[in-house]
Design a protein around this ligand. Sequence first.
Ligand code: ZN
Ligand code: ZN
Length: 728
Amino acid sequence: VSIARVALDVPIDTLFDYRIGAHTVRPGQLVVVPFGKRRLVGIVFELTAESQVDNARLRFIQSVLPLDPLPADVLSLIQFASTYYRCPIGEAAFTSLPAPFRQPRYAPAEKQKSYSLPQSVRDALLETIPRRAILLHRIVDALSRAPALTREEARQLSPRAPAALEKWVKSGWIESRLTEVTEQVLDLPLQEDAKLSLTADQANALAELEQGCGKYSPSLLEGITGSGKTEIYFQLIVRALERGQQTLLMVPEINLTPQLEARFHARFDARRLVTLHSNLSSGERARRWMAAASGRAGVVLGTRLSVFAPMPRLGLIIVDEEHDASFKQQEGLRYSARDLALVRAQRLGIPIVLGSATPSLETFHNAQKKKFRHLRLSSRPGAKLPKVRLIDTQSIAMAGGLSEPVLEAIRQRLQRGEQSLIFLNRRGFAPVVVCGACGWVGECGRCSARLVWHLKDAVLRCHYCGHEQRLPLACPTCGDQDLQGLGQGTQRLEQTLAGHFPSARILRIDRDSTRRKGTWDGMLKEIHGDAVDILVGTQMLAKGHDFPKLTLVAIANPDGALYSADFRASEKLFQQLMQVSGRAGRAHLPGEVLVQTRFPTHPLYQALVSQNFPELAEQMLAERQQAGFPPFVAQALLRAEAVSESTVNAFLKRAAKEGATLIEGDVTMYDPVPATMARIAGRHRAHLLMQSPLRPALQRFLQVWTPKLEQLKARNVRWIIDVDPLEL
Ligand SMILES: [Zn+2]
Ligand SMILES: [Zn+2]
């Protein structure tokens, strides 16, 4: 063995051969190699004795980065992802790698600051801390559990923890020193927890899941909000830790799940858990990555990119909210982290749990076919299910988008000092601006989209490309001054509510109102601190937050999605409605959900009332089967975009022609069509859809077709293959 085959972050789908020389190199190691005139970091995938290239022309590896090698299962996952999603191996490999490791001069910090608390002063220190300073108590707790707490570990408790520690050092309570960064042994006891009693449902599910231990065994854990899925995750994680195994717990969006993180920290010793997501500084990400790679971190809690986290002792994968579209990456390596997690679990031979209140139809179908074990949690310990009521807006007067029953329900909450949430998935004041005289409509010049009126800034804004213009004083076409905003956005709803309830404290939460960093945290505090009566918001509010005083959820205008061209629209709508409904009445107060709709007899709303997801899922699956949609077929899209419409169309036509000669077996290729959003930011978008009832047949086709597309040398066209696309 004298040659290493190395993946480099270049858009060429191949491994590059280098001579190893005097270095000691293992697969998975990060090495520095010369590439043209540059020096690049690469990942060793294979070692071999011979190269296709003349040995004399091969160059030498220059150095080996001082890092744990990626484990074999991660290398194999990257190779799978590269092939399956048609992405160059190097690009796939570097998708998840923290930025510092791409630096040829990378050197890990050798010393780190750590803090220790002499046992003798512990009680005295505790006496100086106010009872309500929960964070400070938690820090002391962590300090007294271990010989020392590193700065990084403290930061994981809270971003404010290092400052608190420094203050205690100054006042002489605790000691700080610089220590070598060495392997830490993590066989510390778990935090003692009050013995939790599981419901019968939970106990059954846990017992079944335990049977899957030690082999590939995929399970769907279906349970509504508040049914106790998280507790099952915790119990499984504890058992894995006891066996000396690591757990990968994936969530769709980490910044929407601070409560989950807090629950984790309350339950597990801080240093057992690392979180991994793209919102970290690159140095922080690198350190956490290393904690995972060395096996020190018992649990990795992360977003989709954590599916590639190196975990040498990985024994369990959990994907929470498995239906969430955020698990699919929409650029570069267009992978589904949920699907890759299944592949990883299968190759490692370990159990995987997919959790959701409203499983994706793909997952539900797999459970029906008995490919996945199907476990249900139907009760909601400690709280009743919210009562869902449909309000037929065709037979009732509406005032500014709100019906009298909704207004009355809000009024009652105000009297009782409870909170209401009005859900409307549309930002801005009015989604359309029209001229009452000539019918002119405000449209974005660069996108096939209408401009949304934002009242406070007095601008029209495009939600696709960000284009912004002042609201015209008169119609640009006929000069009439009667410009009207049609439809409801969150800003207008906020204004309407303020008119009805002048003394209520109203808080709007959407991407506009939370744009500045830190605002969102502040708003959460206001809600929890009882400083808000009525919340108006978009889907930002739907996920993961538990507001104890929230007892009313009103859904203002959900009908649009029912008649969307996207065949997944109703599935997504139901998921969203279930999620937002779950916000009502989680603690000791019963919750109520009101849905304003023109179609109260629609099966989707009926399922919401009966909270019967399985029945609706079966019905939607039957429709999909009849129409020949996923999960009954596998799909792939060739997406293309260019400034000129004819360039895009010409490219797709040539691609289709190439494809037609290569098609074998049961693969169907459709004609090129414009994308749903046919133009964004001045670029025309169109696509070509391929599908097959047999996934392997589609894969075989893509593998012969993609190299041909590269040979087309299409100028001025950006194109990409999107396998298992979520949006057309
Ligand atoms: Zn006009
Ligand atoms: Zn635009």
